[in-house]
Design a protein around this ligand. Structure first.
Ligand SMILES: Cc1ncc(COP(=O)(O)O)c(C=O)c1O
Length: 444
């Protein structure tokens, strides 16, 4: 990797810590918290698309009948967990969990992106081939004849697991053939679940980026295959973004009005960047300068931290830094970040922090014991946010710069829990046992 010669002293120091695979916080010097008309307009489109899809989703998925086709998760304050994590209300404000680990259909945040892209693609294909009129009711796509129409087509994707589940289940439900190219990190239970839905799984020996490349190549050879490109998809990004409006509604329902005196911090698990990027983009559209979005990554896979620190022009990979990209947090085992997301996030991302696997497993156990949350290792990383922000010198400098009008006790911290409700019981208990071994002393 070419290290930029003009890195600031602070960035160079952060890079040294990252190289040692030690937990790190990087705050983005280009960060510009401001009103964001572009994001607000993008968000409006996303919301109107989801609105159009709702009646179709209600017909396709019985588990969505109670919400009339809306895919949404709870927002929960977790005071006992906050205390167990060592966060005091006076300095660390209030800790909430946005429970995407329990999202219906796919059991992860990927339901927001994957289902959206598959459904939008189905509508586009059906319209462009004359199967569905422009103003015709989209619920026609849940019919037997639609199933036959889609059965002649294939949807392919490369994934560490959860995107595959979301895309695969959505595609099969419509009638498509589905092929999921999985990285070597993919967990066996995710593969088994996909196969039960009739999805073809191609397991690769390499990492996530290789699986995506293999899927892209295979799809390029067949015009009947549509490829969901996790590294470069605007549709996935748009699907995720609508979560921000849901969050605003929920905060209002509990009497929390986000503003300069009560800012919002989002801590978002990051792999290729699509899910955290899309959610952050939407959040900027809703909350403007009063939301601060941090991505979070495993210490062995800090691809977004590296890419954003180096600027979006130079491609970077965690391997070039001597890191292994091996982590229990399979959803975040990604060596290079999406360029599309990096560009969207240039001035919108507050920062990135990293956490090691022992700490993740320890938080997984705490979250289960204190808040009855069933999470996978990738999904707990948001719990580190208040620590990095309040207890580290870099975080404190960030607060001084950006929280001039807010007392720390008023800050709303939201850890986005992104997956886990479908993890089989035995596998989950194994995580809990590993995490019970005790908290590593270097982070909390
Ligand atoms: C549970 C979980 N959290 C977070 C992520 C990261 O999402 P993205 O790869 O879009 O950054 C993933 C990705 O698969 C995931 O499975």
């Amino acid at each position: 990797m070419t290290i930029r010669p003009d890195l600031s002293k602070l960035d160079a120091e952060t890079l040294e810590t990252v190289k040692k695979a030690a937990p790190s916080l990087w705050c983005n010097p280009a960060y510009l918290p401001t009103r964001d008309e572009e994001a607000a307009t993008g968000l409006k489109t996303a919301i109107s698309d989801w609105h159009m899809l709702a009646p179709l989703l209600e017909k396709l998925f019985p588990e969505l009948s109670a919400t009339h086709g809306t895919i949404s998760s709870n927002l929960t304050e977790v005071a006992p967990l906050q205390q167990a994590l060592g966060y005091t209300p006076k300095f660390h404000g209030r800790l909430f969990v946005k429970e995407d680990h329990a999202l219906p259909v796919a059991g992860s945040v990927k339901a927001r992106g994957g289902i959206f892209e598959v459904m939008m693609t189905a509508i586009n294909q059906a319209r462009s081939e004359g199967f569905l009129g422009l103003s015709e009711d989209v619920t026609k796509l849940a019919s037997r004849e639609a199933h036959d129409f889609f059965a002649e087509r294939t949807i392919a994707v490369g994934s560490t697991g959860n995107l595959g589940l979301s895309v695969g289940i959505a595609a099969r439900t419509l009638g498509y053939n589905a092929v999921v190219h999985m990285s070597s990190d993919a967990k066996a239970w995710k593969i088994d679940r996909l196969r039960r839905f009739g999805v073809k799984v191609r397991k690769h020996r390499g990492d996530y980026n290789l699986a995506v490349a293999a899927a892209r190549d295979a799809a390029a050879k067949d015009p009947m295959v549509y490829f969901v490109d996790d590294e470069a998809s605007e549709l996935l990004f748009r699907g995720y973004s609508a979560a921000a409006m849901e969050l605003q509604t929920q905060l209002k329902q509990i009497g929390v009005e986000i503003g300069p005196k009560q800012p919002l911090f989002l801590y978002l698990p990051c792999g290729i960047g699509g899910a955290p990027g899309g959610i952050s983009y939407g959040a900027r559209g809703v909350f403007g300068p009063d939301v601060h979005c941090f991505f979070a990554e495993p210490t062995q896979s800090p691809s977004a931290l590296l890419q954003m620190l180096h600027g979006t022009e130079l491609p970077t990979s965690v391997y070039d830094l001597g890191l292994s990209n091996k982590t229990e947090a399979d959803g975040m085992a990604v060596a290079t970040m999406s360029k599309l997301v990096a560009n969207h996030m240039k001035q919108r991302l507050a920062g990135v922090y990293t956490v090691d696997d022992d700490t993740l497993l320890n938080w997984l156990t705490l979250a289960y014991q204190q808040a009855d949350l069933k999470l996978e290792p990738s999904a707990v990383i948001g719990f580190g946010g208040p620590h990095f922000l309040i207890d580290t010198a870099q975080g404190q400098a960030f607060c001084q710069r950006h929280l001039a009008r807010a007392a720390l006790e008023n800050v709303i911290h939201v850890a986005w829990t992104t997956g886990g409700s479908f993890v089989p019981e035995l596998q989950f208990q194994a995580f809990v046992d590993q995490g019970s071994a005790g908290a590593p002393d270097h982070i909390l």
